[in-house]
Design a protein around this ligand. Structure first.
Ligand SMILES: [Zn+2]
Length: 236
């Protein structure tokens, strides 16, 4: 039996690699929680400056464009904050410096729930494998959440320890909980459509893909539209 996650946390933090990732991965959930009074924060690890197939696009201009797209999407979703760590796109490294930034964000924002990519999800069918930045982000967030953020002797300069209760891994091949996003699927569509730099041919195929994915997850969850996650309950 599919388990629907109905509890809304007080504070949630999504940590993703690229400016469009949270909206694509869990925009319906973030919007539903924000609407229900949850304080929803997002940290974007890279600037997205390589996210184009067009060699004439200036990476600096792309970074600015993507920042503006992400800000518009954040307003639609109802985020309490959206922060960039300003790493170069495609160059994330799971090292102490990166993890200490993530630990500092977790300890400052003190979320009950952290959402991030499932780093073990590599091959999706026969036509796509997961972006390196997504995998690196997933592993670094997991290591930052536990044990690092929860134990004071890890990165003592990064603020007082904080235990995250639950991690929800998105983009997973092994979902075990679902959030009903029927009331917010339109917000998710609109948020994804803000990232026009990522589909110069028009947002329609992206929003169609969002709908199909949400419908597919909904079938598994027993609702019209859903987002699926692999859940880790860490206590706290
Ligand atoms: Zn991405």
């Amino acid at each position: 039996m599919a388990e629907l996650l109905t509890e809304v946390p007080t504070r949630a933090l999504g940590v993703y690699a690229h400016p469009d990732d949270p909206d694509v991965s869990c925009g319906g959930t973030l919007a539903a929680w924000a609407k229900a009074g949850c304080e929803v924060h997002v940290v974007l690890c890279t600037d997205g400056g390589k996210g184009t197939a067009d060699p004439t696009v200036d990476p600096g201009e792309l970074v600015e464009r993507r920042r503006a797209e992400a800000a518009r999407a954040a307003a639609l979703v109802g985020l309490a904050s959206q922060e960039f760590l300003h790493h170069h796109d495609g160059e994330l490294v799971d090292d102490d410096a990166f993890r200490s930034e993530l630990v500092a964000a977790v300890r400052r924002l003190r979320p009950e729930v952290v959402l991030c990519p499932d780093p073990t999800a590599v091959f999706f069918g026969q036509e796509y494998f997961n972006h390196r930045d997504h995998r690196v982000t997933g592993w670094a967030v997991l290591d930052a959440v536990a044990p690092a953020a929860a134990l004071p002797h890890y990165f003592p300069e990064a603020g007082p320890a904080h235990q995250v209760a639950t991690v929800l891994l998105s983009g997973t091949l092994e979902p075990d909980v679902w959030v009903d996003i029927t009331p917010t699927v339109d917000v998710k569509d609109a948020a994804v459509a803000c990232h026009g730099s990522q589909f110069d041919g028009g947002a329609e195929w992206a929003t169609t893909a969002v709908r199909l994915g949400a419908e597919d997850a909904g079938r598994r969850a027993g609702v019209r539209y859903a987002e699926g996650f692999r859940r880790l309950r860490l206590g706290g």
